[in-house]
Design a protein around this ligand. Structure first.
Ligand code: C2E
Ligand code: MG
Ligand code: MG
Ligand code: MG
Length: 286
């Protein structure tokens, strides 16, 4: 009995870090298998015009469907995938499948999240190009969401890949804007197409005058630079009304719609407008 207890103690006193490393290793192996066996799936969260009615696109959000546990959100596995390098395979899987699934959704935008780790490879733009070619998805409808961390890292190869993606016609969105080391310098240095205001600001509308003032200011700045603003995490009518009043372009959040599986996408496609292309204006030179 003493022997058994002794062993139990070893378990208890095993250094925390070691156990953490083992847990990560388990998740990593499991995730690798999940990728191979098709346990990953993509949910789509609609994004709306600021009226909250018209659907303008979808953000692809990965999910892990574990037979024993059900649907697992990315918070539980993305950072482990980033630390083990599996993230790029995962992100390219999401990109390929989302492009294939969204190809026939009219002119709607598809937003896909990429990790800063993906940009270390140096040939990310070629990987993305191959996926667009294979799926036939038009570059102009794709928006890649990156976080400030990528720009903060200051990797030259990241800037080169971003520039190459933009040259292909892909839009770049700065995600979770305001949550990290936000700097106006990034926006100046690397011209993004869209800023996604972090939900921590949106959710403080009505609670904090500062949050409201910051949003107002970011929208003005973005508009002056011809950048589109999407507010994330809109949960109340009051937040939506405020975002309308300051001229925010797009909104996303549980008030309007949460992420849905592919099977539920039709009802949102019906709410999309497909504007006819603007009439071609002949250029008159005097
Ligand atoms: P994100 O890109 O900022 O995506 C928005 C997250 O906020 C999603 O969480 C979404 O479900 C959640 N959300 C949307 N509306 C609301 C709201 O009104 N209130 C609240 N409280 N939350 C809202 P999700 O799907 O759990 O994803 C979490 C994060 O994981 C994402 O944040 C993104 O950074 C990352 N992620 C998701 N899919 C991928 C992927 O394929 N690749 C990579 N690299 N990262 C991904
Ligand atoms: Mg995102
Ligand atoms: Mg987002
Ligand atoms: Mg975000």
């Amino acid at each position: 009995r003493a022997k058994a207890e002794g062993r139990a103690n070893v378990q208890i006193f095993a250094p925390r870090m070691e156990r953490e490393v083992m847990r990560r290793r388990d998740v990593e192996l499991d995730l690798q298998r999940a990728l191979a066996e098709g346990e990953l799936t993509i949910y789509y969260q609609p994004q709306f015009a600021v009226d909250g009615e018209v659907v303008i696109g979808f953000e692809a959000l990965v999910r892990w469907v574990q037979p024993s546990r059900g649907v697992i959100a990315p918070g539980e596995f993305i950072s482990i995938a980033e630390q083990t390098g599996l993230i790029t395979e995962l992100d390219m899987w999401v990109l390929r499948n989302a492009c294939a699934q969204a190809r026939d959704w009219g002119e709607l935008k598809l937003a896909v999240n990429l990790s800063p780790v993906d940009f270390r490879s140096g040939d990310l733009d070629m990987q993305v190009k191959r996926i667009l070619d294979e799926t036939g998805f038009p570059a102009e409808r794709l928006e890649i969401e990156i976080t400030e961390n990528l720009l903060f890292g200051n990797q030259p190869e990241a800037f080169a890949s971003l520039a190459a993606l933009r040259r292909m016609g892909i839009r770049i969105a700065l995600d979770d804007f305001g949550s990290g080391y936000s700097s106006l310098g990034y926006i100046r240095r690397f011209r993004v197409d869209t800023i996604n205001i972090d939900r921590s600001f949106t959710q403080n509308i009505g609670q904090s005058d500062d949050a409201a003032a910051i949003i107002d200011c970011v929208v003005r700045l973005a508009r002056a630079l011809a950048i589109t603003v999407t507010a994330e995490g809109v949960e109340t009518r009051e937040q939506l009304r405020y975002l309308q009043s300051v001229g925010c372009h797009h909104v996303q959040g549980y008030l309007l719609a949460g992420p849905v599986p592919l099977a539920s996408i039709d009802r949102y496609l019906e709410r999309a407008t497909f504007p006819s292309p603007p009439p071609k204006r002949s250029r008159v030179t005097i």
